[in-house]
Ligand binder design. Structure first.
Ligand code: FE2
Ligand code: FE2
Length: 140
């Protein structure tokens, strides 16, 4: 399925909005999560929050380079009073991101936007690490 540059910019803006929401969601979860058993993962969630902000910066720069207007909207944010449910919400977000970035890499390559594809590969590798941290914390 062929993608146009215009469509790719639109999809990258959706990815960008979801990076903003992921950052906010991690900040929220790290703040409200409680219990000594969760100390290690709380530290990880704070690191994830910063990495999602870095992803938002990379995507904003790439969207601008491609001639688009980087979105300043924020995607959906999920939270809970339950620690396990919050970790599951974070894992769901990461699994969604992994799926989206795999498709986005293919689309970038179709358009011969190889630098973008490389940046997306770097982001994908970080999202996979995030998913692994969350799976470990959830005992999966
Ligand atoms: Fe991210
Ligand atoms: Fe992530």
């Amino acid at each position: 399925m062929a993608v146009t540059l215009e469509k790719l910019i639109e999809l990258l803006n959706m990815d960008l909005e979801l990076e903003y929401s992921a950052a906010i969601q991690y900040i929220n979860h790290a703040a409200v999560m409680t219990g000594a058993a969760y100390g290690d993962i709380i530290k990880e969630l704070k690191i994830h929050a910063n990495e999602e902000v870095q992803h938002a910066m990379i995507l904003s720069g790439q969207i601008d380079y491609l001639g688009g207007s980087p979105s300043v909207d924020v995607g959906q944010i999920h939270t809970s009073k339950d620690n396990v449910q919050m970790l599951q919400q974070d894992l769901d977000g990461e699994e969604d991101a992994i799926k989206r970035y795999k498709i986005r890499i293919e689309q970038s390559e179709q358009l011969k936007e190889f630098a973008l594809a490389q940046q997306l590969r770097n982001i994908l590798a970080v999202e996979q690490e995030h998913a692994m941290d969350l799976r470990q914390a959830l005992g999966k």
